[in-house]
Design a binder for this molecule. Structure first.
Ligand code: NAD
Length: 377
């Protein structure tokens, strides 16, 4: 018998079961799972990264070197020299270096299956729509765009082009988060009714950071970090959106830095069954965790829940451990499983749009001084 508070070390079989859920492999057609052997396509898809900033350089590019069924096939960058350096490092032809004006030429390029938008938030709509028009599948970083209207335009462009749209929600492919979502879906600890969490870091005083320019960022820490907290709350409720929001901006402690976007914001999400999630997004402090409580127990994604560090999960029954994986590799493999094996898209545009509708309700409430605002997700 398992003792209370002992770590739950998953067996290889259990872990593979979870990975299968992660990749959605259990949803594969029966013929593909004949005799307990999963038949997977071994084709390697080509992806183009649009925007070679920090996330591309330090996370997505390196992850592509380790991803079994995706490879870097080209880049879109404003700096041709940088693009050629990437071509040498990643072994794709220099002709596959485009700039923001020539990215339409990706259409018809047989090396490319997918285009990944990794530019500032305020440019996602423009770049994702240009990507969809090439007829390639699209991955768009979070937050999906600056507004719900932009999300609608991206979704419409992808539908018109007949391509898949994925949002860069890497934690939907991370085992601890997948397990946390399962508790919410299956009611392992009862229905989660009381939730709280936050996400943030302390930004430096660099006035040139696009994250402080609302045209490029769409807002402050809510857009950048708060989206993860929104995601965790919706996961805990079985991917259901809240019905209403109340929100307040926090105090501005560094007024010279936060002239155009909030320094922090607190909000409460109320769900249809009366469940409430108290949430925080901040550029003033390193916080990153989320706890959900039901009438049979609780589960907590521990600090630093939403960063790239190895994730940890604790529940009222004890800690839960899965092997740590590179989150970006897991995300890319999950996307490959959708495109190559027909597994459902776990991070569709509708999810990015839902989160943006919640963001808009939070800003509307905070700007009104805290009135209750209905979520039109
Ligand atoms: P960054 O500033 O490091 O990189 C942005 C890139 O966009 C740069 O290559 C820059 O040259 C390019 N760019 C093109 N047009 C630009 C313009 N007009 N102004 C400024 N830059 C322009 O930013 P980043 O941290 O790589 O973030 C990029 C996107 O990725 C954002 O949407 C961010 O939210 C997202 N992101 C996601 C994660 C995650 O874990 N999923 C992590 C980090 C960033």
């Amino acid at each position: 018998m398992k003792k209370r508070n002992q770590p739950h070390l998953f067996s290889r079989r259990e872990f593979l079961g979870h990975l299968a859920i992660l990749g959605g492999l259990l949803l594969l057609p029966r013929w593909a799972r004949a005799a307990d052997k999963v038949v997977l396509s071994t084709r390697k898809l080509g992806v183009v990264l649009v925007g070679l900033g920090n996330y591309s350089a330090y996370h997505l590019g390196p992850a592509l070197k380790e991803t079994p069924r995706l490879r870097l096939a080209g880049v879109v960058t404003g700096e041709a020299d940088k693009g050629r350096r990437w071509a040498r490092e990643y072994g794709f032809p220099e002709k596959n270096v485009w700039n923001y004006d020539t990215m339409g030429q990706i259409a018809g390029n047989p090396d490319v299956d997918l285009i990944y938008i990794v530019t500032p938030n305020g440019l996602h709509a423009q770049h994702a729509i240009a990507a969809a028009k090439t007829g390639k599948h699209v991955i768009c970083e979070k937050p999906m765009a600056n507004t719900v209207a932009e999300c609608d335009a991206i979704i419409a462009a992808c539908q018109a082009a007949g391509v898949q749209l994925f949002i860069g929600y890497r934690l939907h492919f991370e085992a601890h988060d997948v397990e946390f979502a399962r508790y919410g879906r299956e009611g392992t600890f009862g229905t989660f009714m009381k939730m709280n969490g936050g996400n943030g870091f302390r930004v430096d005083n660099d006035m040139k950071n696009w994250r402080l320019d609302p045209k490029l960022s769409g807002g402050g820490p809510l857009m950048d970090m708060g989206v993860y907290v929104i995601q965790a709350a919706c996961m805990a409720k079985g991917e259901v959106a809240p019905v209403s929001i109340t929100a307040k901006f926090g105090p501005t402690k560094r007024p010279k830095v936060f002239t155009q976007v909030e320094e922090s914001v607190n909000w409460t999400m109320i769900f249809g069954d009366g469940a409430a999630a108290e949430c925080l997004a901040t550029y003033d402090d390193n916080v990153s965790s989320f706890r959900a409580e039901g009438d049979k127990g609780w589960a907590k994604l521990n600090y630093p829940a939403f960063y790239y560090d190895p994730a940890t999960l604790t529940t009222s029954k004890g800690p839960v451990h899965f092997p740590n994986v590179n989150q970006q590799v897991a995300q890319f493999e999950g996307i490959a499983a959708t495109l190559l094996d027909g597994v459902p898209n776990l991070v569709p545009g509708s999810m990015g749009r839902r989160d943006m509708a919640i963001v808009e309700a939070i800003y509307t409430s905070a700007r009104s001084g805290g009135s209750s605002v209905a979520v039109k997700a």
